[in-house]
Design a protein around this ligand. Structure first.
Ligand code: SAH
Ligand code: SF4
Length: 412
């Protein structure tokens, strides 16, 4: 079953058009709509014959994403979408608009990105990694998204952007895409890379405008180092000691910090690109100065070979409260102290403004609010075996249809 028109490549579009008895240039028009115009809706493709559009609509009835919910926050600078996938599951995408330089909106946003419209997209329905603080992790894993389902999120948000712009100061087109929505992109690496290439080659986004965030799947970071497309890599670290990271990010038990950082070092050596480290700050959990100094000690030695410049940049994200997890963001003072301690250790660091708090804009929160939990992750699902030589938790196919829901990978 084709899940999205964006799952079809140029050759498949040509075949479709030929089957409909239309000349080949119609396939190029269709591709132009889908990619350059980022328009997933056949009804809007008005230079295609009505009969061709009707035929394609019928053929792909049930494919594509449907907007289920939309919430605006931060005075219209943040928008959160819940998209229904074919088959009924739902994923979230978030649009984050940043005012241009010189346009002061809020002190909290000072020093952050400028003049951008970033869309944060999901790569899986749910997530198998079970991070204890994450709403998606609490939900468990349902399924991987296809290339088309990932790309279509960008197209749908892109077509809505002109009418959602909060004001004349806001960008009128998408500038950046981050794989920081629901799911672990590198657990669904074929579709993630397929989508990244389509966004670059089809949508015309520069590779540096695309960021893939990973919880730290070491073998997949090695594979990322070998990809010719120079996208940005972000690694979610969240703790400076294995004792703490084991509790927050269960996958740390498979690839502890030293192993993760060795892979990042290899990545930097191979690509000569900087890596950002995401650190969600949670009050009384990972916001003490010992963790900050430890983080500094771990990351300060990471250098770009040749230039000798810093290879690590830390992004601190004050925790976006998620009901039921028991975690809370630290005070502004605690965030500043943590930031200053990381900086004092010689590591570039910035605080990411907490966006969309009022609209459940953290990863997985809107879907939690909308109900429909996914299946939980079975214990031991990340065991290495013939079908899973890398020991990556819950790749597709590990759960059969009859599997009963079981508890998420234990946090401690
Ligand atoms: N699975 C990938 C990408 C999706 S999550 C990863 O973990 O990197 C994107 C980022 O949001 C991660 O750094 C994640 O740890 C963080 N995150 C999840 N829930 C959060 C919350 N409630 N508040 C702040 N950051 C959160
Ligand atoms: Fe999955 Fe990322 Fe959430 Fe962890 S933080 S459960 S890897 S989406």
């Amino acid at each position: 079953m084709t899940r999205s028109l964006y799952d079809l490549d140029a050759r498949q579009l040509e075949l479709l058009v030929a089957e409909a008895g239309e000349p080949p240039y119609r396939a190029r028009q269709l591709a132009h709509w889908l990619d350059r115009r980022r328009q997933p809706d056949l009804r809007a493709m008005t230079n295609l014959p009505r009969s061709l559009r009707a035929r394609l609509s019928e053929r792909f009835a049930g494919a594509g994403l449907t907007l289920d919910r939309h919430q605006a926050g931060d005075d219209g600078w943040t928008h959160k979408f819940l998209f229904r996938l074919p088959g009924g599951d739902a994923v979230e995408s978030v649009l984050l608009c940043y005012p241009p330089a010189g346009f002061s909106r809020d002190d909290d946003w000072e020093g952050g990105p400028r003049g951008r419209a970033t869309v944060c997209i999901s790569s899986q329905a749910g997530c198998a990694m079970g991070c204890t603080f994450c709403a998606t992790g609490q939900f468990g894993f349902t399924r991987h998204l296809s290339v088309g389902e990932i790309v279509e999120q960008v197209a749908r948000v892109s077509t809505m952007l002109p009418e959602l712009r909060p004001g004349p100061g806001a960008p009128d087109h998408l500038t950046n895409v981050v794989f920081m929505g629901m799911g672990e992109p590198l657990a669904n690496q074929e579709a993630t890379w397929g989508a990244a290439y389509r966004l670059h080659q089809g949508f015309g986004l520069s590779a540096r405008a695309i960021t893939i965030s990973t919880v730290g799947l070491v073998p997949r970071i090695r594979r990322a180092a070998a990809e010719p497309l120079p996208v940005n890599l972000a690694v979610s670290i969240h703790a400076a000691t294995d004792e703490l990271r084991d509790r927050l990010v269960p996958v740390n038990r498979t690839w502890p910090i030293a192993v993760l950082l060795a892979a990042v070092e290899e990545y930097v050596a191979a690509t000569r690109r900087r890596v950002s480290f995401e650190y969600a700050l949670m009050a009384g959990v990972n916001d003490d100065l010992e963790q900050a100094r430890g983080l500094g000690r771990l990351l300060a030695p990471l250098r770009v070979p040749g230039s000798g410049g810093h290879a690590a940049h830390v992004n601190l994200i004050p925790y976006n409260p998620t009901p039921g997890t028991g975690f809370a963001p630290p005070s502004k003072g605690a965030v500043r102290r943590f930031r200053d301690a990381v900086a004092a250790a010689g590591v570039p660091v910035s605080v990411r403004a907490n966006r969309g708090v009022g609209i459940d804009a953290a990863c997985g929160q809107l879907r939690t609010a909308a109900g429909r939990p996914g299946r939980k992750v079975p214990e031991g699902s990340g065991r290495r075996g013939p079908g899973n030589p890398e020991g990556v938790p819950r790749l597709v196919g590990e759960l059969s249809q009859g599997d009963a829901p079981v508890d998420r990978v234990a946090a401690s």
